[in-house]
Every structure is written in C-alpha cells, then in structure tokens.
Ligand binder design. Structure first.
Ligand SMILES: Cc1ncc(C[n+]2csc(CCOP(=O)(O)OP(=O)(O)O)c2C)c(N)n1
Ligand SMILES: [Mg+2]
Length: 637
C-alpha cells in the first residue's frame, strides 16, 4: 500500500510518529516545529503543517518564532532540559532565513544537543535559476548557502528527490537519538521538492521508537580504573554535562559518599551534586572556586565523568599541576574518553559509576582528605555569602541606584525556589554563576557555555520553560546580549511562555572589558558610550532605555534601584502568570571573587603600549604552567 503525499507532508507525518525511549519511558521525539515562513517553505512545509494541525493539533504543534537563530536556541534549550530525549524541528525559508540557523546549529553541535534543522533550498530542477535569495557559484552548479551547515551538523543531507527522503529520515533519527553522535541534524529541502507528490510506502508512517541505550563499561577497563583509584591518594571527580544527560546524579552521590572523593563541576555539569553536599567543591577551572582549584592543583587522579574538558574546565591545561596526575574518563564517547591520555571508560555515566562503585568494594580515600575538601568548600561558601551580601564599604561606593552583580545573583538565588532554573550564556554572568550560584536541584542550572552565544539567553529560556513548565525560569541577560537578540519576548507573549527576565544593565561588556583590561587592551571598545571630543568612545553613557524596549514588546517590566526593590520584584515576578522582566543596573567594575586560576588568551608579543607589554610579560609567565597531560595510564595499571 502506498500513500500519496508531498515530500513536506510526508516529512511532517513521519516526524509526528517518532518516539524515543530510555529506561522503559517513551516520549514523542518531536514536541513540535518552530519556524518562520518565507518563500521556500511557506507553500511546502507550511502547507503540510497547516494540514496536520487541522487533522490533529497535537501531531506537530507549530510555534512561530521571531528570529531563526533564536528558534534553534529554543530547540537546543528544550532538548537539554529534556535530557536529549525530545527536541523540536526548525523550519526556515530559503537564503537568509536558513543561514540564520547556522549559528544555532553550531551551538547545538558544540553542546551535543539534538535539533532537527530544516533549511529550505533552491530548486532541484533549476528551471528558474537563479531564484530569489539564491547564491550563484561561478564554479559549481550544486552548491547552495545551505552547504554552510555541513561543518556544524552531525548529519547533513539534501533531499534532491523524493525517493531519498526515507533513508535520510532514518539517518537523521539515528543521529538525533544517539548520545555519542547527537547534535544538529540538517535536512535541506529544495522548495520544489517540498511540494512534489510521491507514492510513499505506508510503513514510513507507522510509529517508530528509537531506543536510547546505556552502554555498559568493559569489565577489563573497570578493573584498570579500580587499580588507578586504589593507587591514588588525592583523586578528584570532574562532573560534566554527561552526568545530567545520563541521569547519573544519584549514582554520583552514592559513589562519592562511598569513596569520599570530592566532586568538582564543569559549567554543563553544575548541579551534579547539590552545593551543600559536604563533598561538593563546586566549579572547577577558569571560573572555578578556590576549593575545587586547590584540589585540582594537587590531584593525582582526575575522574572525568561526561566532560569534554573544555579550556575553562582545565584552566587552559593549568588546573592540574601534580606531575603524576592521571585521568580516568568515564564517557559515552570514546572521543572524549581518550582526552589527556586518560583511561577511556567508555560507557553510560550512571552504569559506569555503579560498576566502578561495586568493583571498588569498600575502598575509600583517607578521611582527612575528604575533610580537607569539605573545609575548602566551606571557606568558599563564606566568600559566596560575602558576595551575595556585600559589606558596607563596597555598597557605599556604588552610584545611586546601582547594585553589585553579586548581589543580584544572590537575591535571585535566595528568593527563587530550589527547583527554579537559572539560564545564562554569555557575558560576565556565566562565570560568576559558575562560581557563585548555589545549585539546589540537578536541573536548576542551565548555562550554555559550550558556544557561549550572546542572544541564547531569552530564546533558550523559552526552551527551558517549554521543557519544564512547572519550574520558574530566571533568564539572566546582560544589556549586550539583550541588544543582540531579545525579540523572542514576542514569541513568549504570543505563546504565554512564562520566563522571568533579569536584565542587567551595565552599559556594555563588563566581561570583555575586564578581560581587555587584564590583557593590556584598556577596555578598548567595550562600553556603550558616546564619542567624546577626542574621538574616543569614553563619553557619556547612551540614553538607551531597555526597560521601555521590553515594555514595547508586550512584556511587563519592574525597574529596581535597590536590593529591597529587587527582592520585592522577584516575589512579584514569581507570582506572575506570564512573561515578566526585572530591569536592574549594576556597576560593571565590581567583579566576582578570584578563582585563583587562569585562561589562555594570547597577548600581543610586541606593542607600543606599556599596558600590553606588561600583560605580555605576565602572559608568558602564566603560560609556563601549561601542561600537555600526556602521561600514559598503562604503566601504572
Ligand atoms: C554572538 C556572540 N558575539 C560575541 C561574543 C563575545 N562576547 C562575549 S561576552 C560579550 C559581552 C556581553 O555583554 P553583556 O551581555 O552586556 O554582558 P556583560 O559582559 O556586561 O556581563 C561579548 C561581546 C559572544 N560570546 N557571542
Ligand atoms: Mg553588559
């Protein structure tokens, strides 16, 4: 039996009957389709979505976004919130609508988040070429702008003919639901092919379940890991995003408690252990706590769990200074398992922790070491407390109506519910949140720091709320990020997606300003100021009113000028039943407490400027601590 449908109708029908299943729990793989119509998808996929909605509104609900990059962020954030077991498809018109999604695709792939990207493409038949918005290559007839998706997609295909669709779809689902492979999957859809009818085998549209496996660790490798652990005296766990995706938080806590090993966290792994667990030493690396970084410096064995060891996590390979340091890397991907010449314990994080725990028996580190870690963490928490509640000598120096950023984070932390989610991506807040946020729920922390993409915040906040409708979502967004991409607020209004935007106005880039200064570049070009008489950008702040901007998009704003007003506003925002914003101004020159760590950002080797010369000398000094981590694990085991 065959069914006669267009390619777009077949695609929509297929997507509406895909499921993922893990641990016996089954869910729709696609919660819906985000999109913006234009030529290239309005008559193809647009028609198919309309027809589907009229037949069954739940088949593949359509959400109209405002910016194509943003809608991919929404899908990524949703997928992360749902532990990569569910996502959205994203459809865009040909040309700019589609290429706007390239950054979103890169973010999904870098963060290993499943998103189905459906850019529209030029005519397969080429009868009217060049069509509106078509790139003409002088040297190739089969190139389109969508080829830009190839390097940022885990799977790419272009459906030149209807017959290609079934195999492309099966490959797309395979990649989206594979914990190792997952990322952006791009199926480019020529606009004529979308509308073309074909006789499809009926089985294409039967329900299909994609089983998400928990690969078990190889027993002989578990044994080697046990040998390394037993031989270690100062092991440290580095928990990454894989702990969350695997749902390994309980297994991690049990493993840590049984062995006494302290637990440090990457950005994606934050919340793996609640902040007040005695073995939680918090963030590690360039944006880490002094507790985790002190332990990292001395560690003789690092047990990475679901981490890809980004340069923030390893402090650009200066975090681990013990000359004998070795790595055991629990990771579902061999690619990450082999990093730092570590022992790759290739497996699902939860399964690996359970196996390793039982193989270790009652082995534990010296209780003094665990107590030392707890002590360090307690000291750091004192610093957090002081940052949340700055002393009078700090607040007295603030200009009228300004708060410190630490106070803002503190107020939001202390007045949000444990299960609420904080969302951020770029600027100075991700680093501050990594160090300072007291995470009280494994899902309470959502900072996109794989791509650290300005503009992710609001769009991502929508995705988090769609994925966790029972949690309040606090979107921490700087003025720079806000100006880059805030228009999904209109989508939030249209769909009544409740997000609480905390818009932190500090007139420019506090983060890059501080970085610039530390690198001898004198905060050049990082604040939003008028040009002064000598042509420099150091005049008055610009008369922008971002609160009015938010209001103009249909979202209520509470403008606060003091800690007390901020606290009251958070209560009001929590009680609201739609999107709402809090506008707060902060002093960009008051930074977060020091991590006692480093990040490798090269400084000009020659310069006319004294500030750069000084920074360059410091850079060379810091760089000397950088280590390759190449010691083989074989010798020891
Ligand atoms: C899309 C994108 N462009 C540029 C950057 C580089 N960048 C990182 S933070 C930042 C400034 C962010 O400013 P703001 O949102 O106001 O946060 P603040 O630094 O003031 O906390 C820039 C330009 C980036 N991460 N993403
Ligand atoms: Mg700013």
């Amino acid at each position: 039996m065959t069914v006669r449908l267009t390619v777009a109708q077949a695609l929509v029908r297929f997507l509406s009957v895909q499921y993922s299943e893990r641990d016996g729990v089954r869910q729709r793989l696609f919660a819906g389709c985000l999109g913006i119509f234009g030529h290239g998808n309005v008559a193809g996929i647009g028609q198919a979505l309309l027809q589907a909605e009229l037949e069954d509104p739940d088949a593949l609900p359509y959400i109209l976004a405002r910016n194509e990059q943003a809608m991919v962020h929404t899908a990524s954030a949703f997928a992360r919130t749902r532990d990569r077991l569910q996502t959205y498809a994203c459809t865009a018109s040909i040309g700019p609508g589609s290429t706007n999604m390239v950054t979103g695709a890169a973010l999904a792939t870098v963060n290993r988040l499943p998103v189905l990207i459906l850019p529209s493409d030029v005519f397969a038949t080429r009868v009217a070429t060049p069509v509106l918005q078509e790139l003409e290559s002088f040297s190739a007839g089969d190139v389109s702008v969508n080829d830009a998706f190839r390097p940022v997609s885990k799977y790419f295909d272009r459906i030149w003919r209807p017959e290609q669709l079934p195999s492309a779809l099966l490959n797309a689902m395979r990649v989206l639901t594979d914990p190792v492979e997952t990322g952006a999957v791009t199926l480019a859809l020529p606009q004529d092919v979308q509308a073309e009818a074909y006789d499809w085998p009926e089985e294409l549209f039967t329900e299909r379940t994609w089983y998400v496996a928990r690969p078990l660790p190889e027993a002989s490798i578990v044994d080697k890991a046990v040998d390394l652990l037993r031989a270690s005296e100062r092991p440290l766990i580095v928990a990454g995003g894989g702990v969350h995706y695997s749902g390994a938080e309980d297994a991690l806590r049990e493993f840590a408690e049984a062995t006494g090993i302290p637990v440090a966290e990457s950005q994606a792994g934050k919340g793996s252990l609640n902040y007040d667990h005695p073995q939680s030493v918090g963030a590690v690396g360039s944006t880490g706590t002094t507790a985790a970084n002190a332990l990292a410096r001395e560690a003789d064995l690092v047990i990475g769990i679901g981490t890809r060891y980004g340069d923030f996590t390893t402090a650009s390979r200066t975090a681990f200074q013990n000359p004998d340091v070795r790595f055991v890397n629990i990771n579902v991907a061999r690619f990450d398992g082999g990093k730092h010449a570590g022992l790759p314990l290739v497996a699902d994080a939860r399964e690996a922790l359970v196996s390793l725990g039982s193989a270790l028996g009652d082995w534990a580190v010296d209780a003094k070491y665990t107590a030392h870690a707890t002590e360090l963490a307690r000291n750091w928490d004192g610093i957090v407390h002081a940052t949340y509640n700055p002393p009078a000598e700090v607040t007295a120096k603030l200009a009228e109506g300004l708060l410190t950023q630490g106070e803002v984070l503190g107020a939001v932390n202390e007045l949000s519910a444990a299960s609420d989610v904080v969302v951020c991506a770029a600027g100075s807040m991700p680093g501050d949140l990594h160090k300072l946020w007291r995470t009280r729920d494994p899902k309470g922390y959502h900072v996109e720091y794989g791509y650290s993409c300005m503009g992710y915040e609001i769009a991502g906040g929508l995705g988090v709320r769609l994925g966790a409708p029972d949690r309040d979502v606090f979107v921490m967004v700087g003025d720079g990020s806000y100006l880059m991409m805030s228009t999904e607020l209109v989508t939030a209004v249209q769909e009544n997606i409740k997000v609480i935007i905390v818009l932190v106005q500090n007139h420019g880039f506090a983060s890059i300003g501080a970085l610039s200064e530390s690198l001898g570049s004198q905060r050049f070009g990082t604040s939003y100021r008028r040009r002064s008489g000598d042509g420099r950008l150091d005049g008055d702040y610009l008369p922008v009113d971002l609160a009015a901007n938010v209001r103009s998009l249909g979202v209520d704003v509470i403008e606060v000028h003091s800690r007390a007003e901020l606290e009251k506003a958070i209560g009001t925002a929590k009680a609201a039943d739609g999107p709402i914003a809090i506008h707060v101004s902060t002093d960009p020159l008051i930074g977060a407490p020091d991590s006692e760590s480093w990040w490798d950002v090269p400084v000009s080797e020659v310069s006319e400027l004294q500030s750069t010369q000084t920074a360059s000398a410091q850079y060379q000094e810091s760089k000397a601590a950088q280590r390759p981590y190449l010691a083989p694990v074989k010798e020891d085991s």
